[in-house]
Write a protein that binds this ligand. Structure first.
Ligand code: FES
Length: 144
């Protein structure tokens, strides 16, 4: 019997912002890395990065969605724990996708899975959701 493993390939670390520009406690900044929406937030003193797509029907979070450590989706009001992305209230059933994050040499960097940045089923889905059809990656844009 052959075991097939799927390896999630990532782009090299991508710079999101300088550390002094990272969100303060209780704040969320939205970015787009290539076609991939990323939410960067600070909760309990720690920066966290999530794929900025609600797991229910792909709503995206903005600065107003984070209150008291809870992320509330603006579309159908699913609630997620900002600590680890787990679901606190439906209709979402799956936790948010958390991205690896590093703070070093004065900058905040994230690892984004490569399939989300390239054409393909997921890439097209993300492009449709975000209405970002611009080619090329990984351009980093701060949203809002
Ligand atoms: S898209 Fe987030 S709760 Fe429906």
């Amino acid at each position: 019997m052959t075991t097939v493993r799927r390896v999630t390939e990532c782009v090299p670390w991508v710079r999101l912002c300088d550390i002094p520009d990272a969100p303060e406690e209780g704040r969320l900044d939205a970015y787009r890395v290539g076609r991939t929406p990323v939410a960067l937030l600070r909760h309990d003193g720690e920066l966290r990065a999530y794929l900025n797509l609600c797991t229910h029907a792909y709503g995206t979070f903005n600065a107003e969605c984070l209150k008291d450590g809870i992320l509330t989706c603006p579309l159908h009001h699913a609630r997620f724990d900002a600590t680890d992305g787990r679901v606190l209230a439906g209709p979402a059933k799956e936790r948010l996708g958390r991205l690896s994050l590093a703070e070093r040499e004065g900058i905040v960097e994230v690892l984004v899975p490569r399939p989300l940045l390239e054409p393909g089923v997921i890439g097209k889905l993300v492009a449709r959701i975000t209405r970002n059809r611009a080619p090329g990656w990984p351009t980093v844009k701060k949203m809002g």
